[in-house]
Design a protein around this ligand. Structure first.
Ligand SMILES: Cc1cc2nc3c(=O)[nH]c(=O)nc-3n(C[C@H](O)[C@H](O)[C@H](O)COP(=O)(O)OP(=O)(O)OC[C@H]3O[C@@H](n4cnc5c(N)ncnc54)[C@H](O)[C@@H]3O)c2cc1C
Length: 98
């Protein structure tokens, strides 16, 4: 028995196998709503993984446009980490946010 989410319609199938496609929805409570998101809720970020709020970075599945694949998420995390390091090395943000 299967349920079509959009219509609520139930129907029967007899597949040899099934791939359960779950877990793709972003968590809207993290981080807070002040960070810009696209329609579904994925966080928008530039090429340096910077979100709309200064000092906030988005990497992995939560980032708009990411492939939602493990290998990409790991790469995103590494690249974002370097971006965070560069950000922390900037002297001016210390003066702005003592
Ligand atoms: C069913 C399923 C099958 C998949 N199969 C494949 C596959 O075959 N191959 C493949 O490449 N990819 C697959 N993926 C995708 C892969 O799992 C993701 O791309 C990857 O896990 C993304 O990593 P991430 O760190 O960005 O996010 P996540 O792995 O989702 O990690 C986010 C973490 O943040 C935590 N978190 C959430 N809210 C908060 C909060 N408020 N405070 C603190 N922590 C919080 C969560 O608990 C979670 O641990 C699959 C995903 C699913 C759901």
């Amino acid at each position: 028995m299967a349920l079509e989410v959009e219509s609520g319609k139930e129907f029967r199938r007899n597949p040899a196998a099934a791939f359960v496609f779950i877990g793709l929805d972003p968590n809207p409570q993290f981080p807070q709503e002040t960070v810009a998101r696209e329609d579904i809720g994925f966080i928008t970020a530039d090429g340096m993984f910077r979100a709309s709020v200064r000092g906030v970075f988005a990497a992995g599945d939560l980032r708009e446009g990411s492939t939602k694949q493990l290998g990409s998420a790991v790469g995103d995390g590494m690249a974002a980490l370097l971006a965070v390091r560069w950000y922390l090395q900037e002297p001016h943000h210390l003066a702005e946010n003592p």
